[in-house]
Design a protein around this ligand. Structure first.
Ligand SMILES: NC(=O)c1ccc[n+]([C@@H]2O[C@H](COP(=O)([O-])OP(=O)(O)OC[C@H]3O[C@@H](n4cnc5c(N)ncnc54)[C@H](O)[C@@H]3O)[C@@H](O)[C@H]2O)c1
Ligand SMILES: O=C(O)C[C@H](O)C(=O)O
Length: 348
């Protein structure tokens, strides 16, 4: 009796010992157990990072989830790890653990960095976030050079060129695997257009091209699906609201940061699309800010087809109306400066 109860205690203790437990689960996967992708979130203890970690833990395509931050990642990891979903979660804290967090990853999602306060532009974040993105991307180049990178940290119009230069310097640059996340602009556009049309936003598809800041966010309302038309007043209202969506949230939060919940939703949606592409699913198409030949600029957001190689095809913009052509010229002017600023940050 006593020996069976102590055996039971030993059995339970063995199960409660997280490192052994994780090792056993991973050995099982290595032997052909649960398939799935290894995903790291850098900045996982932040406003976006925590909700994104929750959503990625729920994604059945994820087998291993690494949560890295310079603060509070152990607490977030302990919390998320109690969810009874498949992914094994591990936490990593601070620069000395960055390499362990990144080694072997298939997808790296980066929401690390400071958010805006009222009165700031995204470019005002450059001085702090540029250095953060550089350090994290140096880690990616060293530890998982073939990973797909989803870059969320602002200003995206500059941080994506920064990441590209870091990867070029390291000799690991693959333009198909570096994607700036603009999905939130699309979810906002679908929502606001759905409101105007009286449609469920799930039924609406608005391409949003250009970049991710102010006038560089260019919704193509002439290409909305299902096909529809807008009055000039509706076009003006919708374009402005989509371009100012981030500022609307920053002002409403009144100093407590920028969009985190809708962004985590958008980031999880985009990460899932990237994983479906990596898995080999056909017809996975999302907007993203990528290396591009669609305009004369080296980076531009447009629809891309996601596949095993990452952004396998970058789609042309299609026919634009006069309003959109004028918007495109404005967007390109601002984008050119932001891209150059990012590139110079590494090249200088
Ligand atoms: N692309 C988009 O559409 C979009 C949308 C919303 C927010 N953002 C941007 O995402 C970023 C994060 O926003 P948030 O609201 O989550 O901010 P936050 O301050 O709540 O969280 C940021 C996290 O990054 C961590 N961090 C800072 N330096 C780091 C480093 N060197 N390595 C790892 N982690 C580090 C912080 O500790 C913090 O936990 C901001 O730059 C914001 O502007 C982008
Ligand atoms: O607006 C911001 O600063 C955050 C983000 O880029 C957004 O669009 O919500």
């Amino acid at each position: 009796m006593e020996s069976s109860s102590s055996q039971r205690v030993a059995r339970i203790a063995a199960h409660l010992n997280p490192p052994n437990f994780e090792l056993r689960r991973e050995e099982c996967r290595a032997k052909g157990g649960a398939p799935g992708f290894k995903v790291a979130i850098l900045g996982a203890a932040g406003g976006i990072g925590q909700s994104l970690a929750l959503l990625m833990k729920m994604n059945p395509l994820v087998s291993v989830l690494h949560l890295y931050d310079v603060v509070n990642s152990p607490g977030v990891t302990a919390d998320i790890s109690h969810m009874d979903t498949t992914a094994v979660v591990r936490g990593f804290l601070g620069q000395p653990q960055l390499e362990a967090a990144l080694t072997g990853m298939d997808l790296v999602v980066i929401p690390a960095g400071v958010p805006r306060k009222p009165g700031m532009t995204r470019d005002d974040l450059f001085n702090i976030n540029a250095g953060i993105v550089r350090t994290l991307c140096e880690g990616v180049a060293k530890c998982c050079p073939n990973a797909v990178v989803n870059l969320i940290s602002n200003p995206v119009n500059s941080t994506v060129p920064i990441a590209a230069e870091v990867f070029k310097k390291a000799g690991t640059y693959n333009p198909k695997r570096l994607l700036g996340v603009t999905t939130l602009d699309v979810t906002r556009a679908n929502t606001f257009v759905g409101e105007v049309l009286g449609l469920d936003p799930k039924m609406v598809d608005v391409p949003v091209v250009g970049g991710h800041a102010g006038v560089t966010i260019l919704p193509l309302l002439s290409q909305v699906k299902p096909p529809c038309s807008f009055t000039p007043e509706e076009t003006e209202y919708l374009t402005k609201r989509i371009q100012d969506g981030g500022t609307e949230v920053v002002q409403a939060k009144a100093g407590a940061g920028s969009a985190t919940l809708s962004m985590a939703y958008a980031a999880a949606k985009f990460a899932d699309a990237c994983l479906r592409g990596l898995k080999g699913d056909a017809g996975v198409v999302e907007c993203a800010f990528v290396a591009s030949e669609v305009t004369e600029l080296p980076f531009f957001a447009s629809k891309v087809r996601l596949g095993r190689a990452g952004a396998e095809e970058v789609y042309q913009l299609g026919p634009l109306n006069e309003y959109e052509r004028i918007g495109l010229e404005k967007a390109k002017k601002e984008l050119a400066e932001s891209i150059q600023k990012g590139t110079n940050f590494i090249k200088k």
